[in-house]
Design a protein around this ligand. Sequence first.
Ligand code: NAD
Length: 348
Amino acid sequence: MFRQMEDAGLTDIHIGLDAATGMRAIVAIHSTARGPAIGGCRFIHYANEDEALTDVIRLARGMSYKAALADLPHGGGKAVLMRPDRPFDRTALMQAFGRFVDTLGGRYITAVDSGSEVSDMDVIARETRWVSCTSAGGDPSPYTAIGVFSGIQAFVRVGLGRPSLDGMRVALQGLGHVGMALAQKFHDAGAHLVVSDLDQSRLDAAAQQFNARIVAPQEIYSVPCDLFCPCGLGAILNEKTIPQLRCKIVAGCANNQLASDDDGERLRERGIFYAPDYIINSGGLIQVAMKHAGASEHAILDKIQGVGSTLERLLEDAIRLDLPIEKLADRLAEQRLHARQTSRHHAA
Ligand code: NAD
């Protein structure tokens, strides 16, 4: 375990057990240099503790990078709550998890992730104040869409030298909470939409409201377009799909879009500008974190516009230095984490 922690750069891991409810949870903290660690709680089935541990360790660093590049006063952490094999009382389990989070005294703030819901966060909030994404905060998806759109505008300006999306062709994969909000923005900006989804009612809505052309899920990659916008699944940029792409930019909200590190390089070799997912989709985290801290709507929206400025600077540097943008992004995140660690050290 220590070797895994060292490789992932983690500082601490906390393990919680409540035999009465079956609550078995692990919280991994990557960094608190910039402030309390924030990150979602996965509530899924794991075959065993090792699998749960590996997952939580793998995910914590990404949250530090995401918070640092969004310039939030937070570090990164993640929780896994192992879904019991036997029938269980969800409310009691979440309450027990809330008590566990509370014992960390604010070192970690939990949030929604795969398998957990806003209603779970409401239950957790009965036990601890170190929880975000409660129903009081509202759905973060529209804020994610605002951040993604500002990032896309920056890429269009810097990458394509165009002042706006007017007349651009956009291939949009996934018309869910974020994808549908983005479709509206693309339509309002005068872009032409081609869409795919597994849900026919969403496709019909996009065709009707935004005059979108519908293609089958496997066809979206090869649509000739200016922008491919992945808003469905992860790992969709891989050795099979990248050769099919006929776009100039890939930028969308989906998490973990690159199937492997090599795929960033594959995109670069093809001359496609890629917006690192954890930066462009950070609007939701910004809203959740700032809402938790009591910030005003105006301050939240102002901060989310910074997603575009961050991506603009990174893309300019990537073009000038001829380096993969995701590597520059990781480097910038590391610098920000390190700068805060150093300034704390000097202050102490
Ligand atoms: P969602 O579940 O509301 O929507 C996902 C959509 O993708 C659904 O309409 C689904 O039918 C569609 N889809 C699934 N498989 C598909 C396929 N093979 N081809 C085409 N469409 C497919 O999810 P969401 O909240 O809109 O989030 C979308 C992505 O963005 C996820 O990867 C999520 O992790 C990430 N993300 C979301 C937020 C947020 O605020 N909601 C924030 C950051 C990242």
